[in-house]
Design a protein around this ligand. Structure first.
Ligand code: PMP
Length: 461
């Protein structure tokens, strides 16, 4: 295939176009079929301000998806900028083995405070996937250190997603990302999801999620001797098309895991920090997992940082004389980066000073009201919402619930319509969703709803 090299005449092309050409000459973007950019725009962003992103030609876009669910308090937030700049003047980074620093300690103390009870130990990673890898390795290693060497398997949910590195990819279940690499991956035991999209017409979320729990129950009852952990995204399977379920599933799962000596890994990388309406999704089920993985919103969309929190019991199983070789020797160069930790602390400060979780309740109800009319659309299967995440599922036939073939890429039409109307909406297949920064205004939410509705109209014609 011809390389996409080009030498545009700088006098004739826009600033966007010039950057796009330079980009396409050297870059390879994530989650992208690069050939798409022969037809679809690549948008270089010059600056951000609150919910707005602005390109080099002066066009602007509301970041309705928080730049892959990371941004919480808007772009170029003054309070976070100040914290970052202060930290950069003091200490940018230091090896985190044998050395430590105050922002990392303080952030860990605060994470212990705000996560569900019993999660008293913090191990930092530098992105979501690495947090999942850490939790999987720690769980397996705990059992090994405890003499339970048969516990080598993991259970996951159908339609789950936990990241893209090989271990994290293996415990996910979205074929689009996973299928190609199947020969390289460890094999989890995959159990039917509590995803309420498939409930009977008049069935409640609670009843359906409860019913689906039978699959998990029988899998764990049969195989708990060889299972190290169940890994799960609390309440929303985000990359799995924003499918949602009832907290009762987590409550039941916690009970069963405790009963059968299986760890529970809650992957709150996408849903943590208020996305589900509470600080963490686990709170709605009133449970403490054995591991909680956090990332993304931890630094409000500024810098890569993740953390795995676990229990004293887990920590104690590794704590021994060096010669016993029971230590957890996992490491990443940027573990606990001070800049990222300072930003994490500034993020938590904002949660407190802005009373974010409380204020989000009224934003969530504006989201709900603004999109409710789409329930009546002939090609919308449902509008679903959990807290600050709202999703609209487009469907070919509402009666039979048959989906549009993925090859038709209908979501892309919504994406394009969004770009033309100041919105960055990036549907997941046929699912249009918003997961905005918490500094969005009611008017901006209404604008997103209007443009999403028009986009859905165009896409379903
Ligand atoms: N777990 C979940 C639930 C996620 O949504 C994601 C990212 N979308 C990850 C893990 C991986 O995080 P990262 O992209 O930072 O590696």
């Amino acid at each position: 295939m011809a390389k996409q090299t080009a030498t545009p005449n700088p006098n004739q092309t826009s600033a966007n176009e010039r950057l796009k050409q330079r980009d396409l000459n050297v870059l390879w973007h994530p989650c992208t079929q690069m050939k798409d950019h022969e037809h679809y725009p690549l948008i270089p962003i010059e600056r951000g301000d609150g919910v707005w992103l602005q390109d080099f030609d002066g066009n602007r876009y509301i970041d309705a998806i928080s730049s892959w669910w990371v941004n919480i308090f808007g772009h170029a937030n003054p309070a976070i900028n100040a914290a970052l700049s202060n930290q950069a003047d003091t200490l940018e980074h230091v090896i985190f083995a044998g050395f430590s620093h105050e922002p990392g300690i303080r952030l860990a103390e605060r994470l212990v405070e705000i996560t569900p009870p019993g999660l008293n130990r913090v191990f930092y990673g530098d992105n979501g996937s690495s947090a999942v890898e850490i939790a999987l390795k720690m769980s397996f290693h705990f059992w090994k250190n405890s003499g339970r060497t048969k516990k080598t398997e993991f259970v996951n949910l159908a339609n789950s997603y936990h990241g893209e590195t090989l271990g994290a990819l293996a415990v996910g279940d979205v074929p689009l990302y996973k299928e190609t690499y199947e020969p390289l991956l460890l094999k989890p035991r995959t159990v039917a999801s509590p995803d309420c999209f498939y409930r009977d017409q008049d069935e409640t979320w609670e009843s359906y999620s409860l019913r689906q729990f039978d699959h998990m129950k029988s899998e764990l009852e049969q195989h708990h001797e060889t299972i190290a952990a169940v890994v799960i995204e609390p309440l929303i399977q985000c990359a799995g098309h924003m499918r949602m379920y009832h907290p009762v599933y987590l409550t039941k799962l916690r009970e069963l895991c405790t009963q059968l000596d299986v760890h529970l890994i809650a992957d709150e990388i996408a849903v943590g920090f208020g996305r589900t309406g509470t600080m963490f999704g686990c709170e709605q089920a009133d449970i403490s997992p054995d591991f909680i993985c956090v990332g993304k919103g931890l630094t409000a969309g500024y810098l890569p940082l993740s953390a795995v929190l676990t229990t004293d019991q887990m920590y104690d199983a590794f704590y021994d004389d060096y010669e016993t070789l029971r230590a957890f020797l996992h490491s990443h160069s940027y573990t606990g980066n001070p800049l990222a930790c300072a930003v994490g602390n500034a993020t938590l400060d904002l949660f407190e000073s802005l009373d974010t979780i409380e204020n989000n309740k009224s934003l969530a109800s504006v989201m709900s009201d603004s999109f409710a009319h789409l329930n009546d659309h002939p090609n919308v299967a449902e509008v679903r919402q959990t807290g600050m995440v709202l999703a609209v599922e487009m469907i070919a036939d509402k009666q039979t619930r048959s989906p549009y073939p993925w090859q038709e890429r209908r979501g892309l039409k919504v994406y394009m319509h969004g770009l033309e109307n100041e919105c960055l909406l990036r549907p997941l297949g046929n699912v249009v969703y918003i997961m905005p920064p918490y500094v969005i205004s009611p008017e901006q939410i209404k604008h997103l709803a209007k443009i999403a509705t028009e986009g859905i109209e165009i896409a379903t014609k």
